[in-house]
Design a protein around this ligand. Structure first.
Ligand code: 26Q
Length: 820
């Protein structure tokens, strides 16, 4: 866009859009209307590149990746599209000449929050990298009517508010009714013998169905004219019944179909790393998978007549097990619609689908009761049964008489369909998302599968896009880097290592700290506006932002804040450098302990922030409604990155990478990608503490962890825990936080302190004190911060995507040229 960006024409288009869309002059338009007008002007530009991309794909017929995911946490599109069109600064200028502020206009756009957290944001980063690297790809997902709930904090408690993100329409999406597909649920399967082919035909009857209608959202590559597509499916009722029909069955069914359509895409399930076996969730999964697989096959058949070579032109990456019905749906289409035999169909399917695992936690593994699964998806269930039958035969052949192997590896077992096992049995690739995670999968969680089919297993350490999380989110730092080393880091992040030269340079250190300071001022202003709290931008900004989950140990963080505060009060004579503890986290709506932890953080914040006697040396801030858009502000302003999960539990983490890229120092455990971060930046530029993953796993296997040992022997720990039940942070209410106290010492269900908070508490506290101490030698800190940023090259999602392409997908990049 840069070369043919015509500023005057752009202004004209914005003016026209305001008139045509809202019958208003620029002066009369609201900020929201301006946003719409600007967004449509940007879409104009995108459309040309989008069509050009389609045309090249049509001509060159490349292999296409279908990235299948229940979640795409895209955040806002306007700023990101302008960045990738390399038109951000020009548009900012044009708008400013018209008397408008692009930042204010950007703030009018609701986040597209079609995801929970890490897994959904990873999908969004991958789309950005795929387009930037020129790889033909579709994101396949669901157009949820309501995305991730908006979080309000009322009286310290989380309250969930529906996220009506489509209220003002979505200017970037394009409805494509011509590609609608029918998806069937329920009924039964009738088997019919076909005299001609001497084979059985399977006919689903008495089913309900919905029309899946795709909406296309453009995914703009960086400065390369490429525009890929995120295709999200909406559900519409099929209204083909006769209103005057006297057939009561028809009428009943029609009403049911209306309801099915209305419910199916209504809302994103707000569980992160936790499985809930809800029927509607399985409906959502089959709905978008059936539509996506149907379309992938239809697209292939428009150009090719040999379905046996489907996998040469299409590959499906399944983002966790949520899309795993794709295995059986592709089989169904090949068997029932294309008329292939089992072996042919299986060969094609197993060369098409690949699976990414994002967790080792047992409670996150998807298992569907046979009753539910077979009732909702009768034909799909038959196919899964056959896959299972054949696989078990294989296992028996390999391990004769070994029942244990079958118990562990069967797809259907103990009345349940196990989606991870289905994904592994059918997938041609199984990958973890960080080195440590993949090793744990191979050696523990998926040991038996690894032993039987080691060739499938591989690691793909996660990454993040520097375009959103540095270039857009932290423009001061981005410009500073570009001034020193040029702008190649934007598409080649390892180049940022050139900044290591400046880690010892006094002037550069000063400049870095000055930029960080300005970003802290920006965040302090946001905090003042949203929380009414004054925070000092000269204090250390210690940040933990991520979904709330016990294994991520936000509880350990706030307990340590309580401990630090008590020490400060008891020893006012000791030097204490001011710290601002910043939290941001949504808790799943039904997750009681997580929600109570939010209440605790806010209660501790209330007490400490209002204690005049400590002169503001500690501030605690809970940022309401943590999401992609405010995350960008937070990352830019962070000094310390809290990555404190119980070792072995966080598959990778990605906020660790975003914070590192913005020059924060990691305070963390040897878990997930932290291990690789430390390897890149050096242990002297991070603060590492706590049990190792092996120690945690050993304790779990030996059942020999006893948290009461720490409680009984360490008075600091004991006193801190007592503050949960002595009313100090609850206006005298001794019961409010008892559940948290109990969870650490005496639970009825499961082991106490399942996440080893007490075991790690003291080493965490020491590491944190060391970090705060280190901050006071500003020169050293600046050096380490610059080195963190400069060592983040590995953690670009561009690198991750190149590895997926090389080892798994085998795609070829395409080139898009548009005439000026
Ligand atoms: C499953 C069944 C029913 C309802 C919901 C779910 C569900 C939804 C979301 C299960 C899991 C998730 C999300 C998991 C997730 O975000 N995992 C994170 O993935 C990141 C990207 O790989 C990693 O960096 C994180 O370590 C991992 O926790």
């Amino acid at each position: 866009m840069d070369k043919h960006f015509d500023k005057e024409r752009f202004k004209e288009t914005v003016r026209d859009n305001v008139r045509n869309l809202f019958r208003k002059t620029l002066k009369e338009a609201t900020q929201q209307q301006l946003f719409q007008a600007v967004a449509y002007a940007v879409k104009d530009v995108i459309i040309d590149n989008w069509m050009a991309t389609q045309q090249v794909m049509d001509e060159e017929d490349p292999k296409i990746l279908y990235y299948m995911s229940m979640e795409f946490l895209m955040g806002r599109a306007l700023g990101n599209n302008l960045i990738n069109l390399t038109a951000y600064k020009e548009v900012k200028e044009a708008l400013s000449e018209m008397g408008f502020d692009l930042n204010v206009i950007e703030d009018q756009e609701p986040d597209a929050a079609l995801g929970n957290g890490g897994l959904g944001r990873l999908a969004a980063c991958f789309l950005d990298s795929l387009a930037t690297l020129g790889y033909p790809a579709y994101g396949c997902g669901i157009r949820y009517r309501y995305g991730m709930f908006r979080q309000k904090i009322e009286n310290g408690y989380q309250v969930e508010v529906p996220d009506d993100w489509l209220r003002n329409g979505n200017p970037f999406e394009l409805k494509r009714p011509e590609y609608a597909k029918i998806v069937r649920f329920g009924g039964y399967v009738r088997v019919e013998y076909d005299e001609q082919t001497h084979s059985n035909r399977f006919i689903q009857e008495n089913y309900q169905s919905v029309r899946a209608v795709p909406y296309d959202i453009p995914v703009v590559g960086y400065n390369n004219n490429m525009v890929n597509t995120l295709r999200v499916w909406d559900a519409e009722a099929i209204n083909d019944f006769q209103l005057d029909s006297f057939d009561k069955g028809d009428y009943q069914k029609a009403v049911e179909q209306e309801n099915l359509a209305r419910n199916i895409v209504e809302v994103l399930y707000p569980n992160d790393n936790h499985y809930a076996g809800k029927e509607l969730r399985l409906k959502q999964q089959y709905f978008f998978i059936s539509a996506s697989v149907q379309e992938a096959v239809a697209k292939y058949k428009r150009k090719h007549n040999d379905i046996h070579k489907f996998y040469e032109k299409a590959t499906f990456q399944m983002n966790d097990t949520h899309p795993t019905v794709a295995v059986a749906e592709l089989m169904r289409i090949l068997l029932d619609e294309e008329g292939l035999g089992w072996d042919e169909a299986w060969e094609i399917t197993t060369k098409t689908v690949a699976y990414t695992n994002h967790t080792i936690m047992a409670e996150a593994l998807e298992k569907w009761p046979i009753e539910l699964f077979s009732r909702l998806l009768p034909r799909i269930y038959q196919i899964v049964e056959e896959i299972n039958r054949r696989f078990i035969a294989q296992v028996q052949q390999r391990y004769p008489g070994n029942q244990d192997k079958i118990a562990k590896m069967a797809v259907i077992y103990d009345g349940q369909v196990r989606m991870a096992n289905l994904a592994i049995v059918a997938g041609y690739s199984v990958n973890g998302v960080a080195k440590l995670h993949t090793e744990i999968l191979k050696k523990q969680t998926l040991k038996d599968f690894y032993e039987m089919m080691p060739e499938k297993f591989n690691n793909k350490t996660n990454g993040i896009t520097q375009r959103r999380f540095l270039l857009h989110g932290n423009q001061l730092l981005a410009d500073w880097v570009t001034d020193h080393i040029g702008d190649e880091w934007i598409t080649d992040l390892p180049q940022i290592a050139k900044m290591k030269l400046y880690a010892d340079d006094q002037k550069a250190r000063q400049e870095f700290m000055n930029i960080k300071y300005q970003n802290k001022v920006r965040l302090a202003k946001y905090i003042k506006e949203h929380n009414g709290i004054d925070v000092d931008p000269r204090s250390v900004f210690d940040v933990q932002v991520k979904r709330l989950h016990e294994y991520k140990r936000q509880l350990m963080n706030i307990l340590d804040v309580m401990y630090l505060y008590r020490e400060l009060k008891e020893h006012p004579e000791r030097p204490f450098y001011p710290v601002t503890f910043i939290f941001g986290a949504k808790a799943a709506a039904g997750y009681r302990r997580a929600k109570l932890t939010i209440k605790l953080i806010n209660s501790v914040a209330d007490v400490i922030n209002n204690d005049q006697s400590i002169n503001g040396k500690i501030k605690v801030v809970f940022i309401e409604d943590y999401r992609v858009s405010n995350a960008e502000l937070i990352f830019a302003a962070a000094d310390i990155s809290e990555q404190i999960s119980t070792a072995s539990k966080e598959a990778s983490g990605t906020s660790n990478m975003k914070l590192m890229l913005n020059g924060a120092l990691t305070l963390g455990t040897m878990d997930g990608a932290n291990v690789e971060i430390v390897q890149e930046v050096g242990e002297e530029n991070a603060f590492i503490f706590g049990l190792s993953s092996q120690e945690v796993i050993d304790h779990e296997n030996n059942h020999d962890y006893d948290p009461t040992y720490y409680f009984n022997n360490d008075p600091d720990i004991r006193t801190t825990l007592m503050e949960l039940i002595n009313g100090k942070y609850s206006g005298g209410d001794m019961e409010l936080f008892r559940e948290l106290y109990d969870s650490l010492l005496t639970t009825k269900e499961g082991p106490a302190d399942q996440y080893f908070i007490l075991a790690d508490f003291k080493s965490y506290d020491a590491a944190r004190k060391k970090a705060i101490e280190y901050y006071q030698s500003q020169g050293d800190w600046a050096k380490s911060a610059i080195l963190n940023m400069a060592s983040s090259g590995k953690f670009s999602s561009d690198r991750t995507i190149q590895e997926y392409v090389r080892d798994i997908w085998k795609l070829e990049p395409i080139k898009i040229t548009v005439d000026p």
